[in-house]
Design a protein around this ligand. Structure first.
Ligand SMILES: [Mn+2]
Length: 323
């Protein structure tokens, strides 16, 4: 990866204006990575435009300088010299609305950690062993010699913490902790940021969890737990993007459960599926791939045709085959 990083650093050096993109429905890793990288690029004198399709979820708005993230406005053209797409397994994880705002003839650097990454960049910095894109951004910063500040550290710490389930998932390595230590050295207040990340949810999120648990389904002798979130409930509770982030981990935490699945009905009838596994023998990345989705072996997602009950039945049938 050192070579790819060096090639990307050369492109960065020669660029004046750089666009940083995150995937649609951005999570903590997506936002923390683009904002953290954006701040470092600014300190080395680059003009940066941070774009995505959905803005910043309210739950992550506390991150310093996250207001630099702009929602791509159709018809706007950003004349940049370089495009960097972060935490996105494929070009299609970023809406055309975003790509259409950018020149088609500029190099694209793809920085990601998804095993399903399609290698869509001109330069691909893809490390499937990194638990978060934020950790790769930290490595780039170290190799480039960019200074770590508290603001950068808080963004990258949030990126890594959210993608590792607070440093709990098995992909968390000594490198992950070393990166986090570098951020704490730069001034990140661990107690404060954890409270902001995990103990500052709006009441409607907990009301949503109450609703989900009421109709939780346990199948395959307790090895699978699943919940459904119909559009009607989302509307009633006025849920916003980000409100259900991590909800699947609550049912994943049941002792007998190996696979946990969250089904969410989207506007227009599609069903978003978010799945987690505790055991590589039940590879949810492979299951999601059979439905046209992707992700990691132990955390993956896809979109399916509705209605929600049918999507659930079809997905659980596939889960049952590996349990
Ligand atoms: Mn990620």
């Amino acid at each position: 990866m050192k070579k790819e990083i060096q090639s990307a650093l050369t492109l960065i050096e020669n660029a004046n204006k750089i666009a940083l993109l995150s995937h649609d429905r951005p999570d903590g890793d997506a936002i923390g990575s683009v904002v953290g990288l954006g701040l470092m690029l600014e300190t080395i004198g680059k003009e940066v435009v941070i774009l995505n399709n959905d803005g910043v979820p309210a739950t992550l708005a506390f991150l310093p300088c996250s207001d630099k993230v702009q929602v791509a406005a159709p018809g706007t053209v950003y004349e940049v010299d370089l495009i960097m797409a972060l935490d996105s397994a494929g070009k299609d994880r970023i809406s055309d609305t975003v790509w259409n705002c950018l020149p088609a003839d500029k190099p694209v650097v793809n920085v990601d950690h998804h095993a399903s990454n399609s290698g869509f960049g001109d330069i691909n910095i893809v490390n499937i062993n990194a638990p978060a894109t934020g950790e790769i951004i930290f490595e780039i910063a170290v190799q480039a010699g960019w200074p770590m500040t508290r603001e950068v550290g808080e963004n990258l710490y949030a990126a890594i913490s959210t993608d590792t389930g607070s440093f709990r998932y098995p992909n968390t390595t000594a490198n992950t902790y070393r990166a986090a230590a570098g951020m704490i050295d730069a001034g990140v207040d661990v107690g404060k940021i954890n409270q902001q990340l995990y103990e500052s949810f709006p009441l409607r999120r907990v009301e949503c969890i109450r609703d989900l648990l009421q109709q939780m389904k346990i199948s395959f002798g307790g090895k699978c737990a699943s919940v459904r979130l119909p559009l009607e409930v989302k509307k009633r509770l006025q849920l916003g993007p980000g409100d259900t982030e991590g909800v699947v981990d609550i049912i994943r935490a049941i002792d007998t459960v190996i696979v946990a699945v969250f089904f969410e009905e989207l506007e227009g009838g599609k069903i978003r599926v978010s799945s987690r596994s505790k055991d590589l023998s039940a590879n949810v990345g492979e299951i999601c791939a059979t439905f046209g989705g992707g992700g990691h072996n132990l955390a993956a997602g896809t979109r399916m045709k509705g209605p929600i009950e049918e999507a659930e039945a079809r997905f659980l049938e596939a889960v049952g085959k590996v349990l």
